[in-house]
Design a protein around this ligand. Structure first.
Ligand code: SF4
Length: 715
């Protein structure tokens, strides 16, 4: 269906609206600026406007995916689990909640939540942990981590960055001294070569993909590396469809060529890096011939790619979760960082490192300290002076100097009975955690689960008290996109019923557990953040009224720095580090019982666990059914027609799902989107984690694929 047909049918008379409000798209990390046209208290349609990341462009999610905020499933009143509710499980019908919950006043629900949290804290402060949200604002993320740290004196607070780019951030902090991108994606306009690895921007960052396509149209050389033949391959000078999990062998082979042919930038390496000699020696063993056996790419192509990238005047490297979601995700990112550094491709126009961030505000939530080892601006919780600088501002006592537990570690401690209470704001770990059945069993054991969300998510099925919150288009605050660009979001419509903005809920809950919090407006939270976040220097609430500002901003009229580290790195002596990486196989190899490889990801029309996009009329109409993709030859070998059902089984569990034919998927692979509760990919995924970033290996599970005995999909 052409977009304009949907557009006209949905919108009608475009001039007929009551008000318009500027905000930011709530889906991916590109951070497209939007204008929301409101009629009769509802968003009628959305237009892209001239933000620095999108210049008026929008993808299908941004343009058509807004109506979830008006869905009848929205939570409009606080809910408390009924005394006579069935046992906790994934068993609540979102259209008929009252079988498990009863409506409560805000007073009763907040009292219930606060008293429950205090009771657990009095017995053992570590019995309570929190998951904040990368879909909420910077101010809400900041308040959430403060709530756990100040309220419970420990650092057991995390969010979904652990499941997407934690390993990238870990490698970036280790080697360049900062967890954010070194250049905006728009800098590709100044590049003459770019690598996109383990990312599928046409579906996951569609507006960024338009800039990448334009780059190739004007003659830029694009090198795409992915185990799947992702859409950007159509624009690529070189496509390297390597074996899943073989990133390090392929990248080390490319760097081996750069070393052996002396294509590296000696001057840059000498001036700005450390550990080069060790890396150079390490790389000598990784010849293209030897690595070709592992990664499946011909030695000649590895050589060609090395020469193209190393001989460019300016090159960028973009990566996605195909790089980060492995037990060797940190090593994968280390290789990309080394490749950029040895070719002098950091800190100048058209050059840089750019992990494409997933959620709309995962960059901002991480910057705001919603991670267990770092306070805001990635300042270590282990440093006494740093903690003091925060507690001085917070007016409270000290908290633990131990790194806290990560998302999957918290779930394991819940399962073990050591964590008995959780406060979960806008996250859906019952869908997003690896080995999801394990997470669901854990949540059923909690004495108290406080969930703050806009829908009865799969996670909220297990809640004891549910606090109805606001969607992004109903709230005030700031968000930070993948480009380090800080932008204002503003309420276009009021939250439905009695739902409230998340920051207001957290503030009241904090007051009820005895914290001395007093904020009259969300801008006061932003002002407090600035006291201990140098990244926000020169960025003021007043400036954000009219500007998007890229941090760092060097003075009060500087729109911000698109490129950083041209004059050194925030590391000892201003030098970046090259860290050698060795080849580590995936955690579980295919075998006779589980002979194929399963990988997971997103689709264009759906976002993450589907709680928003599956409640969007247009998006759900375009992609209504859980599906997986297999190569046509694989389907024929299985005796399965496209559209029929297959059964996927891993060591964790089984799902049945409709199969599609897709030549982009290798013959020994199956690709499963993770947005569908009825065939949840994460029932199957492997919870083994990267030792540095603690990110699970979502991208590689040994799987058995069989024709399902059930219905034929078309029936
Ligand atoms: Fe929204 Fe991302 Fe699409 Fe932009 S590219 S409209 S931010 S989903």
């Amino acid at each position: 269906m052409p977009a304009t047909v949907v557009d006209d049918a949905q919108v009608g008379d475009r001039a007929d609206f009551d008000s318009e409000t500027e905000s930011v798209c709530p889906f991916c990390g590109v951070g497209c600026k939007v204008s929301l046209k409101v009629k009769d208290g509802k968003v009628k349609y959305v237009e892209g406007i001239n933000g620095p990341a999108n210049e008026g462009r929008l993808c299908v999610k941004g343009r058509f995916g807004f109506d979830y905020i008006h869905h009848p499933h929205r939570l409009t009143k606080p809910l408390i689990r009924r005394d006579d509710a069935p046992a906790k499980g994934l068993n609540v019908d979102p259209g008929n909640l009252m079988t498990h919950f009863r409506e409560a006043s805000w007073e009763e629900a907040m009292d219930f939540a606060a008293k429950g949290l205090v009771k657990l804290r009095d017995a053992d402060p570590k019995s309570v942990a929190g998951f904040g949200s990368a879909k909420c604002t910077n101010e809400e993320a900041y308040l959430f981590q403060k709530f756990i740290r100040q309220g419970f004196k420990h650092n057991n607070v995390d969010h979904c960055t652990r499941l997407c780019h934690a390993s990238s951030v870990s490698a970036l902090i280790e080697n360049v001294g900062s967890g954010a991108v070194t250049a905006t994606f728009n800098e590709i306009v100044n590049a003459d070569v770019a690598i996109i690895i383990g990312a599928n921007p046409i579906e996951n960052h569609p507006v960024a993909a338009t800039y990448f396509k334009q780059f190739t149209k004007r003659g830029g050389k694009l090198i795409v590396m992915d185990p799947r033949g992702v859409g950007m391959r159509r624009f690529a000078t070189e496509m390297l469809q390597f074996r899943p999990g073989a990133d390090v062998s392929m990248l080390n082979a490319i760097m081996n060529v750069i070393v052996e042919e002396e294509l590296y930038d000696s001057q840059y390496i000498h001036r700005w890096t450390e550990n080069w000699e060790a890396e150079k020696e390490h790389l000598r063993a990784f010849t293209p011939e030897a690595m070709s056996e592992i990664c499946g790419i011909e030695p000649e192509q590895l050589r060609r790619v090395a020469r193209i990238f190393a001989s460019a005047k300016a090159g960028m490297i973009f990566w996605g979760m195909g790089v980060s979601q492995h037990i060797h995700g940190t090593d994968n990112s280390r290789c990309l960082i080394s490749l950029a550094l040895m070719t002098g491709n950091v800190g100048k126009p058209g050059a840089g490192l750019h992990p494409l961030r997933g959620q709309n505000n995962v960059q901002g939530a991480s910057d705001a300290g919603l991670i267990p080892m770092f306070l805001p601006d990635y300042q270590s919780v282990m440093e006494d002076d740093i903690r003091k600088s925060f507690t001085d501002v917070w007016g409270g006592g000290d908290f633990s100097n131990e790194k806290g537990l990560t998302v999957t570690e918290i779930v394991d401690q819940v399962y073990a009975g050591n964590i008995k209470g959780m406060y979960i704001q806008g996250e859906n770990p019952a869908m997003s955690d690896p080995d999801a059945e394990h997470a669901r069993e854990a949540f059923a054991k909690l004495d108290l689960m406080v969930v703050q969300d806009i829908f009865l998510t799969e996670t909220a099925n297990f809640a004891d008290v549910i606090l109805p919150a606001s969607a992004l288009y109903e709230k005030n605050g700031t968000v930070s996109n993948t480009n380090r660009q800080v932008q204002r979001v503003r309420p276009a419509v009021a939250p439905p019923g009695e739902a409230r903005e998340d920051w207001k809920i957290t503030v009241e809950l904090a007051q009820r557990i005895g914290l001395p919090w007093a904020y009259g407006d969300v801008s006061e939270v932003f002002a407090e953040m600035k006291l201990n976040m140098k990244s926000l220097d020169n960025i003021t609430w007043e400036r954000l009224e009219t500007e998007t500002i890229t941090y760092p901003s060097l003075h009060e009229t500087d729109p911000g720095q698109a490129i950083v580290f041209g004059d050194g790195f925030p590391r000892p002596e201003g030098r970046a580090k090259v860290t050698p990486a060795s080849v580590i196989p995936p955690d579980e190899a295919p075998d006779a019982e589980y002979p194929m490889i399963m990988t997971t990801g997103r689709q264009l029309e759906h976002w993450h666990t589907g709680s928003m996009t599956r409640r969007s009329l247009v998006l759900d109409a375009v992609e209504p059914e859980a599906n997986c993709s297999l190569h046509p030859r694989t389907l024929r070998a299985l005796g399965v027609e496209p559209g029929e059902m297959v059964r996927l089984t891993t060591r964790r569990g089984s799902i049945e799902i409709m199969a599609r034919a897709d030549r982009a998927v290798a013959e020994d692979m199956v690709f499963v989107p993770f947005a569908y509760v009825e065939a949840a990919a994460n029932i199957l995924t492997n919870p083994a984690i990267d030792p540095y970033g603690k990110i699970p290996e979502f991208k590689f599970s040994a799987v058995r694929v069989e024709k399902a005995q059930g219905r034929i999909a078309a029936e």
